[in-house]
Write a protein of this length. Structure first.
Lengths: 448, 448
């Protein structure tokens, strides 16, 4: 491979896409022409579509493919959905589809939006001594702060959203002279990040100049104005339940034992952070897949969900389970801020298709669908864990990747998939049967 | 739009890709033929490449494009890197590139791998009373547990990795009869999820049968065997530092004020969870972009990072800053489990290219590069926040998306970008200048 310690380059972002790619392959690739072709091979055939994708971010040279799959048969509040997933991990879609079918026969999923308030902060330093005076000044000036954003909030107010409230919070005990204006928002069907940030920056300016123009003794410095991705007041619940005797989940353990073991697995994820992290990671496999497919921001979703999981001081499971009076119940409460308009949603053709597939839901309906994808994912994962173990199903799904890595032919693939139908897949077992089939020695140097 | 409450479908996963797509568009699309063409338009031109992507997951119908961009000029431990980003959000790559250039002139990034141990657990219930006897039985049997995995760990041991230790942990005070076997691993250059899970499932079986065959009084039930995505002993540090007088960051505030305001912004993210979540989300914008581009698992990375952020009982910033004796220092400690072999890494052509771009690093080097992407991202975000505000730069980057949404021509785009060169972009301002340019009334119904 080439030495990657190349000289710095000036003005890279100003180069054409072609020039950028050429610089990349010349400096970093052993086979510049092949790499150039590979990058171009991932472009969309229609230049105008490719240009659209290029312009989403900066210095774009190609597209990264995430597989786009679907899982049908989700019954949510008596309505049927087929859910789109954009995800690279084997078995996530299979697990979701399995859970959808399982619960379809047992009343489906029930969901509720518990709250929809979002929040942002003007973080500022004020070195005055009379905190009561600041508080009283704020109360008198609050309406002006809100009306200073009238131009920005006009359209949002017309849609029924806007600023709900502003609160002055004294945090000076934690950090000298530190205060916040905490602003609550209803952003309707948009995720609202740009809207909230624009409002906050305007409020910050207005607040600073109003204090400077006042007779309050003290200097104000705005540290920053920014939305919070933590939305514990924008929460959706998804749940499933059935009589323990109806579980019949098919792996051979009794209904009662299954329900009890499931409850215990969730309990372990409640009390043991090492388990909770992996448990919630599995939930997010489902959540993020739909977040991405619908053009939402998975980093925001992740940060919020995990901080929420740690809200009582210990990191815990986001799902809960109980067995009460012969009824098994399993549910997820998830803070979730998503949009169905704005951002790349109306631009990305695959995203538009994902929304169409879901019946063009509004933001509240989308919250519910996404939460179901997370709950379904978790149900299948825990079900596997407490019965056959996770590897059996997962490795079966991963088998095709292993066979592609070995460059197996379609015919070999078919034979090997058949062979593993009733056996546990492992990388070494796959290599072994593959080598046997070809009549070659088992190659220990095959890259794992 | 079509009514999405379609009848359940049986055997969907067994349908051909074509039949799946047809079922989707017939049932969910207003324009089935256009949707079918759209889905196919996102396929790779080479059927064998497309097939590879199809087989990563289940029920694949097309590819979801994430823009693949690059940021050059990262100096890390005196070596130059160009870092690949797969991300849909405007301004992430631009922010990273800006930070790379900024620190290139100030000594670059320094990184260290602090630890590389991964962990997994056999969670089990044992209803015996004599916990000391169990503990002593475990100590005597531990070597057999390790050797029970010999077949699975053979290749990993040949590469210098394997099982490091097993510990019996009594958690019965938290949940009746609950114990763990906590197993520590070195998985070398692989992320190791499949390897760890296979080892754990084998150890669990061996453990269960050994207890059943022993004279210990008590029944054992394996609840589940699973790796932990929480890896607080697999941690990388990335840092930057320079003399305060060398900061000259260019936004007009003094070097000293900048350093102090920056330190304060990080301090706020340490003490205020509402800020910490958004702060860490920004770090993960950088981290996840490289995680995805290099074929790693961003859900695992996210879950681990955020749980780590909450490890002392309050959710806090992952980065730290200090100003000591005239030196500004800014650093990130991040638990991070990544691989450079296994999974889809050697299969996905764009992933292979990303690794080539980075000089085909091993897992430890990749940890360091990824941490730098997170630190760089956070530096640029906080720098904007405490100087010009986040919206100025972000909306400038988002402007092309807005113009594409308005279906502006290339010529109109160029004029409008020029117009905003010295102005703050907002959606309504963009609509206004666009309408003016076309000589049409401002359309309030343009979808935001």
């Amino acid at each position: 491979m080439k030495n990657t310690s190349v000289d710095p380059i000036k003005g890279f972002s100003k180069l054409s896409k072609q020039a950028k790619m050429e610089w990349l392959v010349q400096n970093f690739s052993d086979e510049p022409n092949e790499s150039l072709q590979m990058l171009q091979g991932y472009w969309h055939a229609l230049p105008e579509v490719q240009k659209l994708h290029d312009e989403f971010i900066e210095n774009t040279v190609s597209n990264y493919y995430l597989p786009f799959g679907v899982a049908p048969n989700f019954q949510i509040n008596q309505k049927m959905y087929t859910i789109p997933f954009a995800i690279e991990e084997s078995s996530v879609v299979a697990a979701a589809a399995k859970a959808a079918n399982f619960w379809l026969d047992r009343g489906g999923f029930k969901t509720t939006v518990l709250s929809t308030t979002k929040v942002g902060h003007v973080h500022f330093i004020w070195d005055g001594q009379d905190h009561a005076a600041l508080s009283s000044f704020f109360s008198n000036y609050k309406d002006n702060l809100i009306s200073s954003t009238d131009e920005i909030t006009k359209n949002m107010r017309a849609r029924g959203g806007g600023i709900l409230d502003i609160e002055l919070i004294d945090k000076s005990e934690l950090e000298t002279d530190y205060f916040q204006l905490a602003v609550k928002f209803d952003t309707r069907d948009s995720m609202g990040a740009n809207f909230i940030n624009s409002c906050l920056e305007t409020i910050a300016k207005e607040w600073q100049s109003s204090i400077e123009a006042s007779d309050l003794a003290g200097n104000v410095q705005i540290v920053m104005s920014i939305l919070s991705n933590y939305t514990p007041e924008c929460v959706v619940r998804a749940e499933v339940s059935c009589a323990v005797e109806d579980i019949n989940e098919g792996s051979g353990i009794s209904n009662k034992e299954f329900a009890e073991k499931f409850r215990r697995a969730i309990r372990i994820a409640q009390i043991e952070p090492y388990r909770a992290v992996t448990h919630n990671k599995g939930i997010m496999n489902g959540i993020d897949s739909v977040i991405i497919a619908t053009g939402n921001d998975f980093r925001a979703t992740e940060a919020c969900a995990h901080a929420y999981a740690a809200r009582d001081g210990q990191y815990r499971s986001l799902t809960n389970a109980e067995v009460v009076d012969g009824t098994f119940r399993f549910w997820l409460d998830l803070p979730l801020s998503v949009g169905t308009v704005g951002g790349i949603i109306s631009l990305h053709p695959m995203v538009k298709f994902a929304h169409e597939l879901l019946g063009n839901p509004d933001a509240e309906e989308l919250m519910q669908i996404i939460a179901v994808a997370g709950l379904a994912q978790n149900f299948s994962a825990v079900r596997s864990l407490i019965t056959s173990g996770i590897q059996k199903g997962h490795m079966k799904m991963h088998l095709l990747n292993i066979l592609n890595q070995l460059e197996a032919t379609e015919d070999e693939k078919a034979q090997i998939v058949e062979y593993f139908k009733d056996k546990v897949v492992s990388f070494s077992a796959a290599v072994e049967i593959f080598s046997k089939l070809r009549g070659i020695p088992v190659d220990q140097k095959v890259k794992k």
